[in-house]
Write a new protein. Structure first.
Length: 258
């Protein structure tokens, strides 16, 4: 949510690769937590890449013991909110999901009416305005701890009654496994995938400082400009930003496997 427009700036290091220098290794670091980690790993394997799973965040889903009265639809800004929605909300309530992946998870969890905005926060807002009227009832916005306040304010400004509830919390992992560290130091990882600025910061905080240069020598592949800036500050020379804020767009930047 809230990803800014992609920046196609890429450093000189990448232009040298395009001119015939050493091809990056086929290993791909995946820092995405579950749910989503397994999906990305499988997609990489299917296309010939070697995934190295190293989730940056630990996700803790919440349960809502009591719902506000008058809720007519659920708004999901992340797939991480689906477990909370599934255990807290009647499955006949319509669900509005930020993207197709979140929508598929809501369907799989048992919700019968699910709409996908196929994009970001702006697309989700537009979808709600098209499909719902404020007089139909309140919206239940499920988001992560510390997230969703600005989006809730935006929807209220459009006339909706919005109840925002915390559906999950995240914390950074405490350490990066030795297998990942060794693969980085041996140059077996050519690309590093980061899905948010929060996960990038969390992953880096757990990586021992002596390994940072090896990680920064990989090509960063990220979802937003904010994440790109995190990597640049950590020493990355080359960072690619997905044209669209979704996993498929992110993976497309890898191209064909070596």
């Amino acid at each position: 949510m809230g990803d800014s427009l992609p920046d196609r700036h890429q450093s000189g290091g990448e232009s040298h690769q395009q001119q015939g220098c050493v091809q990056p290794a086929s290993g791909v670091l995946v820092t995405r937590p579950e749910p989503g980690l397994s999906e990305t790993v499988a997609a990489l394997l299917d296309t010939g890449w070697e995934p190295f799973a190293s989730p940056a965040l630990v996700v803790r889903p919440y349960y809502l013991p009591e719902l506000p009265a008058g809720v007519s639809a659920v708004v999901l800004t992340s797939g991480q909110a689906v477990p909370c929605a599934s255990t807290s909300v009647d499955h006949s309530v319509p669900v509005f999901a930020v993207g197709d992946r979140t929508a598929r998870r809501a369907h799989a969890a048992g919700f019968s009416v699910v709409y996908s905005a196929q994009g970001d926060a702006s697309a989700l807002s537009d979808l709600l305005v098209q499909q719902r009227r404020p007089e139909q009832g309140a919206l239940l916005l499920l988001s992560g701890s510390g997230q969703g306040e600005l989006f809730a304010h935006h929807l209220r400004a459009k006339g909706f009654t919005v109840f925002r509830r915390v559906a999950y919390s995240t914390r950074p992992v405490k350490k990066i496994g030795p297998t990942i560290q060794q693969a980085l130091e041996e140059g077996r990882i050519g690309y590093s995938l980061f899905f948010s600025a929060e996960s990038a910061k969390g992953w880096l905080s757990a990586l021992p400082r002596p390994v940072w240069p090896a990680a920064a020598s990989t090509i960063g592949v990220v979802m937003s400009d904010a994440t790109k800036e995190v990597l640049f500050k950590a020493g990355w020379r080359t960072v690619r930003v997905a044209p669209e804020p979704n996993a498929a767009s992110l993976l497309s930047l890898l191209g064909s496997s070596p």
